[in-house]
Ligand binder design. Structure first.
Ligand code: BEZ
Length: 218
C-alpha cells in the first residue's frame, strides 16, 4: 500500500546501528526524516550518508531526527560505516535500520519492482509531531538526493503548520511568504500586522512571520 500525505506513519520495530528501536517512540514528539538507500557499499549511498551526517546539526536545530534504511544486515552497515567516514570525513551520527527481511521496506513501499526486485529505491518520508506523513519523495538509485532541500522543506512545513501561510517556489527561510487564500483581506490585515502586497487577489505576499529568527526555532 502506498503511503500518502496525511496518513499516520506506520509504526515498526527494527534493528539499527544504534540498537533496536520502536519507530514512533524513537521519533517522540518531534519531527523525523526516514529515508531508504538501495544498498550498502555503493558509491552514491556512501556520499548520501556522509552528507546527512554533516547536516545532522541542522536537523537537530529543527527538532528533527534522521534515520536511514537499507535491506542489508546490521554487520554490513557496521563495516560500511568506516568507509563513509573515510570517504566523506563524517562518521555516522544517526541510526541506520538493518532490514534484511524487508519488513520495513515493504511497510513503507520502498521496493519498486520495476526498478529493482531486491533493493529499496531512494524514498524519503517526513513525519510530523502528530505522527502524520508530511512529505514523500522517491528518487531512483542513480540520483543522489539534495539533503539541503529536505532542510528547506522542513523549514516550510514547520512555518506553515503554525501560521496561515504557504511558501512560494524556491523559497528559503526568512523570505516573504504567501497568505493562504482561505484568509480574507480583513483577517489578513489583523493577522499580518506588517501588511501584505496583493500581486493578484489570490496572491498576497507578506514578510515571513519568523523573518529575523534563525531556522529551527519550532
Ligand atoms: C549507489 O548508491 O551508488 C547505487 C546503488 C544502487 C544502484 C546504483 C547506484
Amino acid at each position: 500500500m502506498a503511503i500518502r500525505l496525511g496518513d499516520t506513519a506506520p509504526d515498526f520495530t527494527a534493528e539499527t546501528t544504534e540498537g533496536p528501536i520502536e519507530f514512533l517512540r524513537w521519533k517522540g514528539t518531534g519531527w523525523a526524516v526516514l529515508f531508504s538507500h538501495p544498498k550498502d557499499f555503493t558509491p552514491v549511498c556512501t556520499t548520501e550518508l556522509g552528507a546527512v551526517a554533516k547536516l545532522k546539526p541542522e536537523f537537530d536545530k529543527r527538532n528533527t531526527k534522521v534515520i536511514g534504511l537499507s535491506v542489508d544486515p546490521l554487520d554490513s552497515h557496521q563495516r560500511w560505516a568506516g568507509d563513509i567516514k573515510d570517504v566523506t570525513g563524517y562518521a555516522l551520527n544517526f541510526p541506520l535500520i538493518a532490514d534484511p527481511g524487508q519488513a520495513v521496506a515493504k511497510l513503507y513501499d520502498m521496493i519498486h519492482p520495476n526498478a529493482s526486485d531486491t533493493a529499496t529505491v531512494r524514498s524519503v518520508f517526513i513525519v510530523g509531531p502528530d505522527n502524520k506523513i508530511k512529505l514523500t519523495l522517491t528518487y531512483p538509485a542513480s540520483t543522489g538526493r539534495n539533503f539541503q532541500e529536505l532542510l528547506r522543506v522542513i523549514d516550510s512545513l514547520q512555518l506553515t503548520a503554525g501560521h496561515s501561510v504557504a511558501t512560494p517556489a524556491d523559497w528559503k527561510a526568512g523570505e516573504d511568504v504567501i497568505i493562504v487564500p482561505a484568509v480574507s483581506d480583513a483577517d489578513a490585515q489583523k493577522k499580518f500586522p506588517r501588511g501584505f502586497v496583493a500581486k493578484k487577489p489570490y496572491l498576497r505576499v507578506t514578510p515571513s512571520p519568523l523573518a529575523g529568527e534563525p531556522a529551527g526555532v519550532k
